[in-house]
Design a protein around this ligand. Structure first.
Ligand code: SAH
Length: 338
């Protein structure tokens, strides 16, 4: 049985047509689900009884089971149990401009980045659209507040689960859905070029972030196996195309690994690579994990790297650190209960 939280408006319109009903019922369903937060089809009082009965036969309204919630000042981490007993995590961050949630897109991840904890568990499966939507719904319900932005930066490589991620974006972006504006949705990818090209043609105004982490192929090959398939020069030319088509600024993520990619040579090489592009670089302080050998760069090294990029005319910011105490920070999420 399908879960109704995984249906876009278009899916529901098709469904209603297929059972001989009017398309506009799709909007009514969204109002019950996302505005009135109904918990059973019996509450859908503006739909005829027989339609409600049919919905019950075709769909379920099951939510995700929240297995654990950890709270640390401005960050909360949620562990969810899925129907097949797999686990995923999502993180709530309280900014001064509102609340954002970092969602997972897969159980495990196949990208194998050397510095990332999430990838120690190989991909078990894609998350379905409703399993991503319901991460946000569960958090909103528990805290009793609205989420204003979403980053797809949890466990998994979103573009390796392309169709489900696009559905997820359509559902949360719809004004009658969770109504998160496209400009408040950020998708982060390690750089799956064909999928970035597809994304550029969709005409959705989301933010794209690229995990670059190295300014040359030799170093990037060591850190990110995906680079052996999609090299830096191909990635950069794809991004130039993406920017030309979408007219959107792209974020370049760069995790600061002590003595690995945080040298002055790297900063200068990175600036050369990005010169003249409509991008900004987000320097990410590395979160150490007990299993991996990498160390975080010192504040001084990060600031020096930052200054060098600035002097070369590159837009750059340093990512605010969230949640490392409860292992809720970038690269620390896992598909594991303990
Ligand atoms: N697969 C996607 C999204 C998940 S990772 C991607 O690669 O972009 C989200 C971001 O956190 C990526 O930029 C990733 O490289 C970074 N990251 C991974 N491990 C980290 C760690 N231990 N400390 C800081 N950032 C990390």
């Amino acid at each position: 049985m399908r879960n109704i939280y995984g249906e876009t408006i278009q899916d529901l319109e098709k469904y209603f047509e297929s059972i001989g009903e009017k398309k506009f019922k799709a909007i009514q369903v969204y109002e019950w689900l996302y505005e009135k937060k109904a918990t059973s089809f019996d509450e859908f009082s503006n739909l005829k009884k027989e339609v409600r009965e049919q919905l019950k036969k075709d769909y379920c309204l099951d939510k995700l089971e929240v297995k654990k919630r950890q709270v640390d000042n401005l960050t909360e981490k949620y562990l969810f149990r899925l129907e097949d007993n797999e686990f995923i995590e999502a993180v709530l961050m309280k900014h001064d401009y509102g609340l954002s949630v970092c969602v997972s897109s897969e159980v495990g991840c196949n990208m194998g980045c050397a510095f990332c904890e999430s990838g120690r568990l190989k991909k078990v499966r894609n998350l379905l659209p409703h399993e991503i939507v319901l991460q946000i719904m569960a958090i909103e319900e528990i805290i009793g507040m609205r989420i204003s932005s979403v980053v797809i930066m949890g466990i998994g490589e979103p573009l390796d689960n392309y169709d489900n991620i696009i559905k997820f974006i359509k559902i949360i972006n719809h004004p009658k859905g969770i109504a998160i504006g496209a400009r408040h949705i950020t998708l982060s990818t390690c750089g799956l070029i064909p999928k970035i090209k597809n994304l550029s043609k969709l005409n959705i105004q989301i933010n794209l972030a690229i995990s670059l982490h190295a300014p040359n192929d030799t170093l990037r090959n060591e850190l990110m196996p995906v680079n052996k398939v999609y090299s830096i020069s191909d990635l950069i030319s794809t991004l130039k195309e993406y920017i030309a088509i979408t007219n959107r600024r792209v974020t370049i993520e760069y995790v600061m690994l002590n003595m690995v990619n945080d040298t002055q040579e790297c900063a200068i090489e990175l600036a050369k690579l990005l010169k003249g592009m409509n991008v900004y670089v987000n320097l990410i302080p590395y979160n150490e994990t007990s299993h991996l050998k990498f160390k975080k760069s010192s504040k001084e090294r990060i600031l020096k790297f930052y200054d060098t990029l600035k002097k070369q005319g590159i837009n750059v910011t340093i990512r605010k650190e969230f949640g490392s105490k409860i292992s809720a920070a970038c690269g620390q999420l896992r598909s594991k209960e303990v």
